[in-house]
Design a protein around this ligand. Structure first.
Ligand SMILES: Cc1cc2nc3c(=O)[nH]c(=O)nc-3n(C[C@H](O)[C@H](O)[C@H](O)COP(=O)(O)OP(=O)(O)OC[C@H]3O[C@@H](n4cnc5c(N)ncnc54)[C@H](O)[C@@H]3O)c2cc1C
Length: 379
């Protein structure tokens, strides 16, 4: 599907595709096997403008829109989901939060570093006991004069160990009350801020996922993002945009798996003919292609609305929900089409299959997307 592409989107997509082929493909299986977070590849992506896609030129970014962003994530994820996830989390979450809710001083200080990937960003909402129920978080920030003291643990944080700076959402009011969370910028090296356990994951193994621990971590009030009590609402708005990037991540994985399976089905012969000539395989390919195009339409719709500054809660949840389930279904079919070879690391299908599952979990599970969609359609 390419009718929404224009010359600029095609050019940006080509840059991302070239980056992925040159700087990711050669080493990605080794990174995956050994769980190496390829920070140098992200620095390279930063030089190409891929780490601050939506950041305006005045803050050192590429100054592009959501269609370009969606295609950047798709092209990278079609080669490696892990790097796609890291690029998406850096752009949408940490950088996106500061871009939307930072004051001028904060934007001038942090966005140029993030947009060029001189600094890698992390974003901490989830905790060990509060994932889907993030509003019930236990990490607290207490006011002390002109400072805040943060105590608690954030878990499952992309770049939780290697991130140079994190946006952290902490509770500043009573539990289970409205407007009880506030967002803060915390730099790596701040006393009382350390990394905890690094997760050993099924897929997305080259995207670092780790705990962030706050033990009497003191930060100045100038590190607060927006108003006291706005943190949760801010986080939900950041996720509205972030979900477009997870939909794009899902699409990239689905496209990569489909492309590999299509080629293999034409080449692999059984019973003296290519397996693509068996209806059982051809119908799988037809389903894969149809689902991918439907997911791309939903994601493009959300990107379009976002570019126009409209509310995208419903559309981005639909795109994320549908595209992530498509990524899992398509990569599962890809393994099936590869047969026994699909179950080995000599062929690309197994990695797409492992990486795809994160897409139905991260930035809100499929069940939570359905809650969001239901709430919107029942309004
Ligand atoms: C690789 C990876 C990277 C991540 N990166 C980040 C990051 O950078 N920053 C960050 O803050 N978080 C991050 N996360 C966390 C992620 O957003 C959470 O894992 C996710 O929101 C789900 O939370 P949970 O794991 O606690 O599951 P739970 O909330 O415990 O859910 C468990 C199951 O219960 C279901 N469930 C829960 N509530 C309901 C309900 N009301 N109705 C129906 N079903 C329900 C869920 O859908 C799920 O199937 C990351 C996670 C992973 C795996």
């Amino acid at each position: 599907m390419n009718f929404l592409l224009n010359e600029q989107v095609e050019l940006v997509a080509a840059t991302a595709r070239d980056f992925a082929e040159k700087h990711i493909r050669p080493d990605m299986m080794m990174w995956d096997e050994e769980q190496i977070f390829p920070v140098d590849a992200l620095h390279k992506a930063g030089e190409l403008g891929l780490m601050g896609v939506l950041v305006p030129h005045e803050y050192g970014g590429a100054g592009l829109g959501y269609h370009e962003y969606m295609h950047v994530i798709m092209e990278i994820a079609a080669v490696c989901g892990s790097v796609g996830l890291s690029v998406a989390a850096h752009n949408s979450l940490c950088t996106g939060h500061m871009l939307q809710f930072g004051n001028e001083e904060q934007k001038k200080k942090y966005l140029p570093k993030l947009a060029t990937a001189e600094w890698i960003g992390a974003w901490g909402l989830t905790e060990p006991n509060t994932g889907s129920d993030a509003g019930n978080m236990q990490c607290v920030a207490t006011r002390d004069g002109n400072d805040w003291i943060i105590n608690g643990t954030k878990s499952w944080i992309t770049h939780g160990n290697s991130g140079n700076v994190a946006v952290v959402i902490a509770r500043t009011g009573e539990p289970r009350t409205s407007r009880n969370c506030t967002a803060f910028i915390v730099e790596r090296g701040t006393p009382g801020f350390s990394a905890g356990k690094k997760e050993n994951k099924l897929g997305m193994r080259a995207s670092e996922t780790a705990e962030m621990i706050f033990d009497n971590c003191r930060i100045a009030d100038s590190q607060r993002l927006g108003e006291v009590g706005d943190g949760f609402v801010q986080a939900m708005k950041v996720l509205d945009g972030g979900r477009i990037s997870i939909a794009a991540l899902s699409l990239g994985i689905a496209k990569g798996a489909y492309k590999a399976a299509l080629q293999y089905a034409k080449e692999r012969k059984q019973f003296d003919k290519p397996i693509a000539e068996f209806q059982g395989i051809a119908f799988k390919l037809a389903d894969m292609a149809t689902r991918i195009e439907a997911a791309e339409l939903l994601t493009s719709q959300a990107a379009d609305l976002k570019n126009r500054g409209e509310k995208v809660t419903r559309e981005s949840a639909m795109a994320k929900y549908y595209a992530s389930e498509v990524a899992v279904a398509v990569s599962t079919d890809a393994v099936q089409i590869f047969g026994g070879y699909g179950y080995t690391k000599d062929y690309p299908a197994e990695k797409f299959y492992r990486d795809s599952k994160l897409c139905t979990i991260g930035e809100g599970t499929s069940e939570i997307q359905k809650l969001v969609i239901a709430r919107e359609v029942l309004r």
